[in-house]
Design a protein around this ligand. Structure first.
Ligand code: BTN
Length: 241
């Protein structure tokens, strides 16, 4: 049975699913009011404040795993557009940060692991629902924004969780080729100068497109090359995106 589990506190909702995945059914979703060891991409810690929705969904052996992270980003865009009509113009900072008006409203951490011949994926979503501008300044996140701050509307986290889960299940069952043009149209980095961070290495290039496999196509004096989302973080050369 597919379900949503509501917790007051856990270390990380991704870890909670991982520890129990063998007994949980496909598409189980968990959300927590507080995470004591929330994680972001590339090993960063992720603070879970009161106004943030922290949720994770377990996908057992989903199709097209390498592009799942991009499709989960689209599912958050779908949910935001449906619940906040004024915020329908969401963008994506490749591979899957959801951006509204130059502010990051959502970060996504997809972690995959093999069991036998299957690859399972846990998709963790951290959505800024109702924090204030002052809060983000105070915690040193000037580029972050919440849906309430950007729309003036505060919706319950439960409603957002249910809508994102509904959209994520649909998107996870689709192939990337079915949403490639839609995804590409949302990617804000295209045409921008970027810094590609891999471990301690940094390479500067221009992002020129998204490939049909979900990679970011970049170009520098050596020519064009593809960047895989699993390995890197993309920063703007100037500004935030
Ligand atoms: C990022 O932008 O770096 C990704 C952040 C992902 C945070 C979410 S919150 C729910 C889930 N549990 C975690 O520990 N991380 C993800």
């Amino acid at each position: 049975m597919n379900e949503i589990i509501f917790l007051d506190e856990t270390s990380s909702t991704n870890d909670w699913l991982r520890e129990r995945c063998e007994t949980l059914s496909d598409k189980t979703c968990v959300t927590a009011e507080r995470q004591t060891s929330g994680r972001g991409r590339r090993g960063h810690s992720w603070e879970t404040s009161e106004g943030m929705l922290a949720m994770s969904i377990l996908f057992k052996d989903p199709p097209d795993v390498p592009t799942l992270t991009a499709r989960i980003g689209l599912s958050v865009c779908d949910a935001v557009a449906e619940l906040y009509p004024a915020l329908s113009q969401t963008g994506i900072k490749w591979p899957n940060d959801v951006i509204v008006g130059n502010h990051k409203v959502c970060g996504i951490l997809c972690e995959s692991f093999g069991i036998g011949d299957c690859v399972n994926v846990i998709c963790g979503i951290g959505l800024n629902v109702s924090q204030s501008e002052e809060y983000f300044k105070k915690v040193g996140l000037p580029n972050a924004g919440s849906l309430k701050m950007l729309s003036g509307i505060e919706l319950p986290k439960k409603l957002l969780c249910e809508k994102i889960r509904e959209r994520a299940i649909i998107r996870a069952g689709e192939l990337f080729c079915g949403c490639y043009e839609e995804y590409r149209a949302r990617v804000l980095n295209i045409g921008k100068e970027v810094r590609i961070l891999r471990g301690n290495d940094e390479r500067r290039a221009r992002a020129v497109d998204v490939a049909e496999n979900g990679c970011l196509i970049c170009e520098d004096e050596g020519g064009r090359f593809e960047v895989n989302s699993g390995e890197v973080s993309i920063r703007a050369s100037e500004g935030y995106i």
